[in-house]
Write a protein that binds this ligand. Structure first.
Ligand SMILES: NC(=O)c1ccc[n+]([C@@H]2O[C@H](COP(=O)([O-])OP(=O)(O)OC[C@H]3O[C@@H](n4cnc5c(N)ncnc54)[C@H](O)[C@@H]3O)[C@@H](O)[C@H]2O)c1
Length: 380
C-alpha cells in the first residue's frame, strides 16, 4: 500500500477516555493495515502542566497545549477529539468545526438537546467529518446483533429491554464535582445515569431497533446532598442516581430501560435483550464476546438458547485480530471506532453515529428527564 496520509489529532482531556482514544489511534494501523490514513498524536491539551507533559511522554504526543482554544487555532491539527466532561463538549466542538477541523466527540453529545443542536449545525455547516464515541456499537457481538436484526431473522420485534447497572456512588461520603466526580455534579454532567449510562443503551437501541417515539420515566436521587469538591460546601445533588423508563418504538415494539449506580455488586452491567416473533438475542457487557440467540424455528427436540462465542474470522472485526476462540476486550471497541472513522474518510461516507445521530439520543434523554419530572408521558 502507498504511504499513508497523516491525520493530525489534537486531543482534549487526558482522563479515562483520553487513554482509550490514544490507545485506539496508536493501535489502529497495526491491525487495520489497509486504511489510507495514519493518525498522528500531534497534541494533547489539558490544564495541568506537569500531568499533561507526563501524559504526552507516556503516550507519545508530539506537543502539548494548556488551552483548547489555542489547539483549535493550530494549522497542524486536522481533527479535534473531545474527551472532557459534558459541559465543555459544545463550546469546543463548535469552535473546532468553525476552524474547519474534523470533530470526534465523547458521548453524550452535550448536556441537553438544546445545547447539542448547534453542534450538529456547526459540523454540518462546516462540512467536517464528525462522530460521537458510542463505542459499544463496535463490540463485535453488538455489531453482529445489528446484522441479525437487519437480516429480519428475529421477525416482528415486540420487546427491547436494556439495563446499565453500577454501584460506585452508594457511599454518602463521596463528594460531587471536580476530577473524576464531575459525573455527580449536574452543572458539569447535565444529568446522572440518564446522560451517562442510559445514553449508551438508548444509542444502541435506536441503532438496533429504530427510533423511540415516547417515554414514561421515573428517576430518584437517593443521596440528596453531598459536599462539593470545588466549593467545599455541602450542596444539593442535582443528578438522577437511578432512572427507569418504558417507551414505544416507532416500529410498534415496547422498550424497558433501567440504570442505576446503586445496584450493589454490579460494576458495569450493560445488558440488552430483543424479543422477536421468530427469534431473540441478548448480550451482556460482562461477557462481551458472547451473543445469546434463541430461534423458535429450530427443531423442538434441540431448541434452546445458544451461547455463541463471537471470535471467528467471519464475525465483525474479528478477522483483524487473533485466531478463532481468542477474545478481545473493551479497548478494542475504540480501535474499531478509529478504524471506522478512518475508513469513512477514505470512502467519503459519514461515520456513525454522527453528531446528528447522537442528537436523537440526547432528545430521548431530555424526554426521559422531563417525563420523570412531570410524572407524565412525553413525546420525543
Ligand atoms: N464512551 C464511553 O464509554 C465513555 C466512558 C467514560 C466517559 N465517557 C465520556 O467521556 C468524557 C470524559 O469522561 P472521562 O471519564 O474521560 O472523564 P475524566 O474525568 O477521566 O477525564 C476528563 C478530562 O478532561 C479534562 N478537562 C476538563 N475540562 C477541561 C478543559 N476545559 N480543557 C482541557 N481539559 C479539560 C480533565 O482534566 C480530565 O483530564 C465525558 O463526556 C464522558 O461522558 C465516555
Amino acid at each position: 500500500m502507498s504511504e499513508k496520509k497523516p491525520l493530525n489529532i489534537g486531543l482534549v482531556g487526558y482522563g479515562f477516555m483520553g487513554r482509550t482514544h490514544s490507545n485506539g489511534y496508536k493501535r489502529v494501523n497495526d491491525f487495520f493495515p489497509d486504511l489510507a490514513h495514519r493518525p498522528v498524536l500531534k497534541a494533547i491539551c489539558a490544564r495541568n502542566e506537569e500531568r499533561r507533559t507526563a501524559f504526552a511522554e507516556q503516550w507519545g504526543f508530539e506537543s502539548t497545549e494548556s488551552d483548547w482554544r489555542e489547539l483549535v487555532k493550530r494549522d497542524d491539527i486536522d481533527a479535534i477529539d473531545i474527551c472532557t466532561p459534558n459541559d465543555s463538549h459544545a463550546e469546543i466542538a463548535i469552535a473546532a468545526a468553525e476552524a474547519g477541523k474534523m470533530v470526534l466527540c465523547e458521548k453524550p453529545l452535550a448536556r441537553t438537546a438544546e445545547e447539542s443542536a448547534p453542534m450538529v449545525e456547526a459540523v454540518e455547516k462546516a462540512g467536517v467529518a464528525n462522530t460521537v464515541w458510542y463505542n459499544y456499537r463496535r463490540v463485535p457481538a453488538v455489531t453482529l446483533a445489528k446484522q441479525i436484526v437487519d437480516s429480519g431473522k428475529l421477525g416482528q420485534i415486540f420487546h427491547y429491554r436494556a439495563n446499565f447497572l453500577q454501584d460506585w456512588t452508594i457511599s454518602a461520603d463521596l463528594p460531587q464535582g471536580g476530577e473524576g466526580l464531575w459525573r455527580l455534579d449536574v452543572d458539569a454532567a447535565g444529568s446522572g445515569v440518564t446522560g451517562d449510562l442510559l445514553a449508551h443503551c438508548i444509542d444502541t437501541a435506536i441503532w438496533l431497533n429504530g427510533s423511540i417515539s415516547d417515554v414514561s420515566a421515573v428517576t430518584e436521587t437517593f443521596i440528596k446532598e453531598r459536599q462539593h469538591t470545588l466549593t467545599g460546601k455541602v450542596e444539593k445533588v442535582g443528578i438522577d442516581d437511578a432512572c427507569i423508563f418504558h417507551c414505544h418504538f416507532a416500529n410498534g415494539s415496547l422498550g424497558l430501560f433501567e440504570s442505576t449506580r446503586y445496584a450493589r455488586g454490579h460494576k458495569a452491567l450493560y445488558t440488552f435483550e430483543i424479543n422477536g416473533a421468530d427469534a431473540s438475542i441478548r448480550w451482556d457487557l460482562h461477557d462481551l464476546n458472547r451473543l445469546e440467540y434463541f430461534d423458535h424455528r429450530d427443531d423442538s427436540t434441540t431448541r434452546g438458547w445458544r451461547n455463541v462465542h463471537i471470535t471467528d474470522g467471519d464475525m465483525p472485526y474479528m478477522d483483524k485480530w487473533w485466531v478463532p476462540g481468542l477474545c478481545i476486550g473493551y479497548e478494542h471497541t475504540f480501535v474499531h471506532q478509529v478504524a471506522d472513522f478512518l475508513a469513512s474518510l477514505d470512502n467519503g461516507t459519514p461515520c456513525n453515529p454522527t453528531f446528528r445521530d447522537a442528537l436523537e439520543t440526547t432528545k430521548v434523554c431530555d424526554a426521559v428527564l422531563a417525563s420523570a419530572k412531570d410524572r407524565a408521558w412525553k413525546d420525543v
